[in-house]
Design a protein around this ligand. Structure first.
Ligand code: TEU
Length: 590
């Protein structure tokens, strides 16, 4: 335990800066605003802030399109503000990590401008350029038939130099060519070392499994005959040189600075492919985000992404189990999260927001679930107060995200009205916009206390009077205060919760989510926690607690924690008592 890295039991908190706190009345969050709320984060129990991109950017994809890695987008502040943020975090014993977006840059980045200036530019090869193909009618078509993440082809034609460039995301986000040694060196030096030298503690690394493309550039099989472009993640995910690149990044930058790293992995086919990225002996990344659970309900990554696909609780539990147990017997590590800036709110997707009581109960049970899972815990801003999706009455004009807009437009262009309705339905549950609306600080203030401006970049939720941080602070029955207690408990029993072995129980049960966490004490004893959660709005029978915990006498069993206030009465004799709607409990055998 003595030499355990700090980041395993740490609580990470993702700040989406445009929507966190605005200090300048522009309706757009900023770094001084974030600094003014660091005490709030410290009080919550946060150990490390992950700040989504604040770099200079035309904001085609909310800063995930960087035009200058060493400058800050003016509405957020300045480089000096980031230095101050680092110092203010450190003064509170918190760390700060930045978002490293180096699969692509913005079209406005000086590197790309140079690259596109001529075919003989020294930086031509820093991006991925390919000649056109021509179809049987002599029409120009892209080098491959690949479909990008934001709909449409992954190639855009450049008139001036008469070639296509590759972009897995928007045309504004050309992919860097990691095959080029100078380009990689510039990434390490001009983006990573620049910020590490200024004192930041590490990075969340965007799209980390997409740097090595299959360089044959061949067509993907046609799986969507309706469309000109085809899903092709196998052409760019986990490519032939990916582990070489990440090991190099680790050796040259992360390790010498002792920087913490958490990589974003999407489109992973199986847990076995995840292990090489996070195995300690492989010396690549400390942690990764694997998306299987958070993607449930989406219709896959591409064309049908926003056609909602209902799933059962047993499928949900199966996915959780897979990514709780896959590190067993390895030296790899995992993460725990159920929200980020690319997904709908957890309580709206996995919980129940149909009444205020069910909202509160399910938000707490989701918290209890998260804090009892193995791995490093990541919270997303607003999750701690149970922020919910945008109201379902809001129309498409309130959705600002490039991905939402493109998928909606694609449905409209198809001329199929049912598809438009289905897409809108999916967006209401899954869109990236839901997590991007302004933070709800205070029910009594203009714009929920997010900004004093007359306009905010995204509309403030109509329900901010009911759900806001001010209302919950100090109210012991609130979601916020529950999270605070829960996070303390997680650290106090980190052997069980952060590190313990996970065993699923009642796997086929479609109403209850039940599992054991186990750890071995220094004296060789076995400590167990039984997590029992009612994942429904009806009363459910509790499981046989003693039996599930493998205990003989009732006195060995203790209710450690629950989402309701009836705790102590549960001890002795009453273990089978009914679970209230969305009630969660943790029993222990010590
Ligand atoms: O996301 C990468 C990514 O591939 C996704 O999983 C993402 O959720 C997207 O919706 C795919 O359809 C990262 C960032 O988190 C995201 O905000 C950016 O838009 C993206 O990279 C491009 O930089």
């Amino acid at each position: 335990i003595g030499k355990e890295p700090w980041w395993k039991a740490a609580v990470f908190y993702q700040v989406y800066p445009a929507s966190f706190k605005d200090s300048s009345a522009e309706g757009w969050g900023d770094i001084p605003g974030l600094i003014s709320e660091l005490d709030y984060l410290a009080d919550l129990g946060v150990d490390c802030v992950w700040l989504s991109p604040v770099f200079e950017s035309p904001q085609a994809d909310m800063g995930y399109d960087v035009s200058d890695y060493q400058a800050i987008y003016a509405p957020y502040g300045t480089v000096v503000d980031v230095d101050r943020l680092t110092a203010e975090c450190h003064a509170r014993d918190m760390k700060l990590i930045l978002d490293l977006v180096v699969n692509h840059t913005s079209v406005e980045h000086a590197w790309f401008k140079e690259s596109r200036s001529s075919k003989t530019s020294p930086k031509r090869d820093w991006y991925i350029w390919r000649p056109a193909r021509y179809d049987s009618h002599g029409r120009r078509i892209p080098p491959t038939n690949w479909r990008g993440y934001f709909a449409g082809p992954t190639w855009t034609w450049d008139e001036d130099t008469q070639e296509y460039y590759l972009h897995l995301y928007a045309p504004d986000q050309p992919d860097l060519n990691w095959e080029n040694d100078e380009c990689r060196e510039a990434i390490y030096n001009d983006t990573m070392r620049f910020w590490l030298d200024r004192g930041v503690d590490g990075f969340r690394i965007d799209t980390v499994n997409k740097y090595s493309k299959r360089t044959e550039y061949v067509d993907a099989p046609v799986t969507d005959p309706q469309s000109d472009s085809q899903p092709a993640p196998e052409m760019w995910c986990n490519g032939p040189r990916i582990h070489e690149f990440i090991r190099e990044m680790n050796q040259k930058v992360l390790a010498p600075y002792n920087a913490v790293s958490v990589g974003e992995l999407s489109n992973m086919a199986s847990p076995h492919d995840v292990i090489p990225y996070v195995s300690a002996s492989a010396k690549e990344l400390d942690m990764v985000f694997e998306f299987s659970m958070i993607r449930l309900g989406t219709g896959g990554g591409f064309g049908p992404k926003y056609i909602y696909r209902p799933y059962t609780l047993s499928t949900f539990k199966e996915t959780v189990k897979k990514f709780q147990t896959f590190i067993e017997g390895t030296d790899a590590w995992t993460t725990v999260f159920c929200e980020n800036h690319d997904n709908g709110r957890a309580v709206s997707r996995f919980g129940d927001t149909s009444t205020p009581e069910l909202w509160r109960a399910s938000a707490k049970t989701l918290a209890l679930w998260q804090i009892t899972l193995t791995g490093t815990l990541f919270l997303y801003q607003g999750q701690e107060i149970g922020m919910v999706n945008m109201p379902s009455e809001w129309g498409i004009e309130e959705y600002k995200d490039v991905e939402s807009r493109n998928f909606y437009q694609e449905a409209v262009d198809s001329g199929d009205e049912q598809r438009v309705r289905d897409t809108m339905h999916g967006l209401r549950i899954l869109a990236r916009d839901h997590s991007r609306i302004p933070f709800q600080w205070d029910g009594g203030k203009k714009n929920a206390g997010f900004s004093e401006g007359d306009r905010t970049w995204m509309r403030v939720h109509d329900g901010f009077g009911e759900i806001n941080a001010m209302k919950q602070r100090g109210d012991q029955g609130s979601v916020l205060e529950f999270w605070k207690r829960a996070l303390r408990l997680r650290k106090r029993f980190k052997d069980l919760f952060v590190h313990g072995r996970f065993t699923a129980l009642e796997e086929g049960d479609e109403k209850r989510f039940v599992y054991l966490k186990e750890s071995t004490t220094e004296s060789g004893g076995n400590r167990r926690a039984l997590v029992v959660m009612n994942w429904s709005k009806e009363v459910q029978k509790c499981v046989d607690v003693k039996k599930s915990l493998g205990c003989e006498g009732a006195d060995e069993v203790r209710l450690l924690f629950s989402t309701t206030d009836r705790g102590p009465k549960m001890v002795g004799g009453e273990h089978e008592a009914a679970l209230r709607p969305w009630e969660g409990r943790v029993y222990v055998n010590f």
